[in-house]
Design a protein. Sequence first.
Length: 262
Amino acid sequence: MNFALFLLILLLVTGGVWALDAALLRRRRREGARQPWWVEYSVSFFPVILIVFLLRSFLFEPFKIPSGSMIPTLLVGDFILVNKYTYGIRLPVANVKLVELNSPRRGDVMVFRYPEDTSLDYIKRVVGIPGDRIAYRNKRLSINGQPVPLRQIEDYLSRERMQYSRRFLETLDGTEHQIMLEEDAPAFVSQARAFPHFGNCNYNTAGMTCTVPPGQYFVMGDNRDNSSDSRVWGFVPDENIVGRAFFIWLNLGELGRFGSFR
């Protein structure tokens, strides 16, 4: 269900009843008479729905992590906040950009509409911006011919799978974040699909290289060997961007995860 569209419809209905009551119905009611139930509910809920709509559309939107593709940065069940205005102010529902502000930067954790099904929201890390030459070979990331700094730290223990995975600190544009690699996973991409601008990419047994087209972004999950991302289904168009994820506000399984992340 498109919650943004549902919220907009509620706003228009309750706002219309509120305006009708203020302009016409209120004058016709006898003094002391109660409002009809549908007017009473609409007038009561309209300010609340308006505030929620404005906050969610232009400032912050909650989002729940549905999969493990961003482990160890984000865990399944994390509730996060997404900054809706960082990358520009967009028209609700239509997602048309009204005001140009900042552009996504390498290293940002970004929420976007999945290019193959825009009714779904995905979350990944921005690795390549327009014009970048991205290479991911033998599980090493390079951008414009320069290897991205990487150093190994202590292994990550998955409580769900009860197994250890190799964990690294990767540095994109001066900011460190954690990634995870599976030692026995292949380096090549086995399920790449025919996506828009597929000709910008080259695949072989060592991995892949891609040149990011104008107005597009290359994204990857931090759980590199367990993430379906731009390596598989291609680039993220600017018009699909929802916002930048920046804050964990709840995880019912791990209450101590409250706070910001990178």
